[in-house]
Design a protein around this ligand. Structure first.
Ligand SMILES: Nc1ncnc2c1ncn2[C@@H]1O[C@H](COP(=O)(O)OP(=O)(O)OP(=O)(O)O)[C@@H](O)[C@H]1O
Length: 371
């Protein structure tokens, strides 16, 4: 799904590479944390995936496409496969919640009917169904981030990139955001999240990739935030860079076949046929239509397709957070072969229409991948 082959990125006017000979593979359906000290290369890594920057050396493949082979003209189409969330939310201040989310769909030419169905559904998924008419400045930070997430995923991207999405939020609000991201991941979206938030990483127990000075020094399947770069070394007065230079931490060598986590295996088997069809296509640049659509089938134990998010959006007092946070971030496992949902139409699986409800011929029910 995302592959880096010996990727180096050196910015103009700098000597030291921001990323240095990175070999890495991220599989469909994974949830990956990218950790490391400030300046270790996390944002550079995400920007390369988005094709906002070019690698100085090496090759990057995303969704089977060689990014070097995508022409500038096709970059916007490629990016429709990816949702992005930032630390500072980046909402349009003059537009209300609904319009902030709808804007993305309008830009890519979705019909009014589609937008009228998709936006309320995604707002419900992030727990903001009641706040569609609010302006960004009328929302809390956590709520603003939920709007940003809704905007990023309303088009069902195959990959969600999150750069410090909880960086401006308190622990309780962050836990709620992580619940939303877990739910999105359980629906089949691959999530790559850069973070400094050790509590979240330790709690979630997902794959952790640690960068020091642009090199991968750790790649763990169910890792924690770790002691390497920022905690133990700071205590000892060493920086991560010195530690790397002194051989106290070592770069991980060329990518070993990554052990697939159970969630990713489940999602992969769900889309195995589509993936095989994709592999059979040898064109260097594929359009979005050639990718398997992400199957958002929210697990019943979390919320049904039409059920609002249950966790509170309002920030809690600090003394309440210790108890509340673990409950909010209980891992949500995908159930890709749920016989109860196998007979559903795509619109029903995506939660855009209630199971059994008749399609509205007046509205566009094209809920597959973006065209
Ligand atoms: N546009 C740029 N031009 C020159 N140097 C850059 C540019 N962007 C990043 N860098 C440098 O590349 C290195 C990696 O930066 P990057 O932003 O990827 O790190 P990071 O791990 O995301 O840091 P943070 O956690 O503070 O966001 C740093 O040394 C940074 O100064």
């Amino acid at each position: 799904m995302i592959r880096f082959d010996h990727v180096t990125k050196t910015y103009r006017g700098t000597k030291r590479p921001a990323l240095n000979a990175v070999d890495l593979e991220i599989l469909r359906g994974e949830f990956v944390f990218l950790v490391g000290a400030s300046g270790s290369g996390k944002s550079s890594f995400l920007r390369l995936i988005l094709k906002e920057d070019r690698p100085t050396n090496g090759n990057i493949h995303v969704l089977g496409q060689d990014l070097n082979a995508i022409s500038n003209r096709k970059v916007p189409y490629f990016r429709r496969n990816l949702g992005v969330v930032f630390q500072d939310f980046r909402l349009l201040p003059g537009k209300n919640v609904f319009d902030n989310v709808a804007f993305t769909l309008q830009v890519i030419g979705k019909s009014r009917g589609f937008i009228q169905e998709a936006v309320p559904d995604v707002l419900q998924m992030v727990g903001l169904a009641e706040k569609a008419n609010r302006l960004p400045h009328e929302l809390s930070g956590g709520e603003q981030q939920r709007v940003a997430i809704a905007r990023a995923v309303v088009n069902k991207p195959a990959i969600l990139l999150a750069d410090e999405p909880t960086g401006n939020l308190d622990p309780s609000t962050s836990a709620g955001i992580m619940t939303v991201l877990e739910r999105i991941n359980a629906g089949g979206t691959t999530v790559v999240m850069a973070t400094h938030d050790n509590a979240i990483v330790d709690h979630m127990k997902r794959r952790v990739i640690e960068l020091v000075s642009g090199q991968i020094v750790r790649d763990e399947d169910r890792g924690g935030y770790g002691m390497t770069a920022e905690i133990a070394l700071q205590d000892s007065g060493l920086t991560a860079e010195i530690a790397l230079g002194e051989g106290l931490v070592r770069p991980v060598g060329p990518a070993q076949p990554h052990v697939q986590p159970a969630a990713a295996q489940a999602v992969q088997s769900q889309t195995a046929q589509a993936a095989q069809a994709q592999a059979a296509q040898s064109q260097p640049v594929q359009t979005l239509e050639q990718h398997a659509p992400v199957q958002y089938s929210y697990p019943p134990q979390a919320t049904g397709p039409q059920t609002p998010v249950v966790e509170e959006v309002v920030e809690r007092a600090p003394e309440q957070t210790a108890q509340a946070a673990p409950a909010q971030t209980a891992p949500v496992q995908p159930e890709p072969h749920d016989p109860a949902t196998e007979s559903l139409t795509l619109a029903e699986k995506l939660g855009l229409r209630a199971p059994g409800a008749a399609a509205d011929p007046a509205k566009d029910q094209n809920v597959g991948p973006t065209t």
